[in-house]
Design a binder for this molecule. Structure first.
Ligand code: ZN
Ligand code: FE
Length: 258
């Protein structure tokens, strides 16, 4: 069984360390800074075997150069983005073999937050960077709402029990918006209580699961009649499709002050 350790970075980023069933090797996902990763590797006596990044933003790639200075491991990253430290550019359907971890991940193209954003999925775990957050999704910096909507639909189609490792601890804040969209969503209310309790103990709210996200995340629920209707109320017009509703909910969240 694969274990995934979290390394907090900056204000609310998570750098993930994927650990195999045996040995001291780890794959490092989205190291935005090197220092906390170096400290965690030293403290736990772990060795990097690969670095994986999901998109080009500095809070996800900023630590790569220093980490490969320490240990020149393969660096996987999106083929459609210019990230200088990437040695293995990958895109849709490409495999990332991590034999020393007993794991193989497959790349999914999920544009929207950035134009070339990718996810890594395999062995029941998903690393989705800043595309899918628990109870939320990334802002549209480079892609269109239609692209992001399709990307989220692809992630939602993964098996229900897939563990979801996101790039940021935004869950509690996202749930305030989720409950503004769906005040009657009992699962979202219960989840919010559980997340508040975890955060009070300084524990991550992640990983989530695809099943949970389908029941609490408004951005995955734009085809649910109540969410669609809320989106139409916000947009003050009829919305013809799930992705039009998604676009409205995304704009709603952009201006949401809670
Ligand atoms: Zn980002
Ligand atoms: Fe980020």
């Amino acid at each position: 069984m694969t274990a995934v350790l979290h390394v907090p970075a900056f204000k609310d980023n998570y750098i993930w360390l994927i650990r195999g069933h045996a040995g001291d090797g780890v794959a490092i996902v989205d190291p935005g800074e090197a220092a906390p990763v170096r400290a965690a590797l030293a403290r736990l006596r772990l060795t990097a075997v690969a670095i994986l990044c999901t998109h080009h933003h500095g809070d996800h790639v900023g630590g790569i150069a220093e980490l490969v200075d320490d240990n020149p491991v393969p660096v996987y990253g999106p083929a459609r983005e210019a990230i200088p430290a990437v040695t293995h550019p990958v895109g849709e359907g490409d495999e990332v073999p991590l034999p020393s971890l007993g794991l193989q991940l497959r790349v999914i193209d999920i544009p929207g937050h950035t134009a070339g954003h990718i996810a890594y999925h395999g062995g029941g775990i998903l690393f989705c960077g800043d595309t899918l957050f628990s109870a939320g999704c990334g802002r549209l910096f480079e892609g269109t709402a239609e692209q992001m909507c399709r990307s989220l639909q692809r992630l939602a189609a993964l098996p229900d029990d897939t563990e979801v490792f996101c790039g940021h601890e935004y869950t509690e804040e996202n749930l305030r918006f989720a409950l503004a969209v769906e005040p009657e969503n009992v699962e979202a209310r219960q989840y919010r209580e559980a997340v508040i309790a975890l955060r009070q103990r300084n524990r991550p709210s992640l990983p989530s699961t695809i099943a949970r996200e389908k029941s609490v995340n408004p951005f995955l629920r734009c085809s649910v009649p109540g969410v669609h209707a809320a989106a139409e109320t916000f947009a003050r017009r009829q919305l013809a499709s799930e992705c039009e509703a998604f676009a409205a909910v995304r704009r709603w969240k952009d201006g949401f002050k809670g």
